[in-house]
Design a protein around this ligand. Structure first.
Ligand code: Z5A
Length: 212
């Protein structure tokens, strides 16, 4: 596999409301890239496998209570603890398809009323995605998909606030994809955008840092 900065992998993030299809689309994208001979891995945040991730998981399952800023910093720490591995993989030529990232961190905490700039601060210096794919879907439609379970944020009123916070964070480089279409149609659109981005990164697009 490619092993220098000129042929690095791409950092590609999928964002969107609960149930918009991030997990389904992320795993399909990895299979697609692997089928073309690219090295690719599926990552997700929170990564519930680490000790920080287990604290987050207990919170999301309503098994523990934490102050809003405390849980925010744990989500951020969960990204920081993976940062060096992320950089190593990218520089070794592996593309990372990441199911949620710092934008979820800021959108969910600011939807609770925590100041947006305060929420962004601990994310500064993490690797910036080469591409953000936003799976766009009205909260009412997302709520109808497979029903919400028992996790903390799975309530329509709260998801509406999260959607508003994503709107504030959104910048012109984000690729918005209509997530109400059938899975295969969404996937076809994502494949084209992702492949273009992977090829651009292989040609030497430098890695950059988030919000600095
Ligand atoms: N959170 C945070 O607060 N701070 C942070 O920093 C981070 C996260 C990183 C983690 O949830 C929670 O933590 C999350 C944000 C918060 N809370 N919420 N809400 P998670 O990542 O474990 O769970 P999720 O992101 O909400 O994933 P999900 O519920 O599994 O949704 P999804 O990945 O977007 O969708 P899916 O699993 O691919 O699909 C959902 C269902 O819809 C499934 O039955 C599919 O078959 C179906 N589906 C998918 N696409 C389609 C289409 N196109 N048509 C019809 N049906 C479809």
């Amino acid at each position: 596999r490619a092993c220098n900065n000129e042929t690095r992998g791409a950092l590609i993030v999928l964002e969107g409301l609960d149930r918009c299809g991030k997990t389904s689309q992320s795993s399909r994208l990895v299979s697609y890239l692997e089928g073309l001979g690219h090295s690719a891995e599926l990552w997700r945040f929170p990564d519930r496998n680490t000790s920080v991730g287990q604290m987050i998981s207990a919170y999301l399952l309503n098994q523990s209570e934490l102050d809003d800023r405390t849980i925010h910093l744990l989500f951020s720490a969960n990204r920081w603890e993976k940062r060096s591995m992320m950089e190593t993989k990218l520089k070794a030529g592996t593309t990372l398809i990441v199911d949620r990232y710092s934008y979820s961190g800021v959108a969910f905490s600011s939807a609770k009323g925590v100041d947006l700039e305060w929420c962004k601060a601990p994310e500064i210096g993490l690797l910036a995605p080469d591409l953000v794919l936003y799976l766009d879907m009205p909260p009412e439609e997302a709520a109808e998909r497979g029903g919400y379970g028992d996790e903390r944020y799975e309530r329509l009123e709260f998801q509406k606030k999260v959607a508003q916070c994503y709107q504030i964070l959104r910048d012109p480089s984000w690729k918005m994809v209509d997530a109400c279409q059938p899975i295969e149609d969404v996937q076809k659109q994502l494949q084209k955008i992702v492949l273009d981005n992977v090829l651009a990164c292989r040609k030497g697009k430098p890695l950059s840092l988030l919000w600095s």
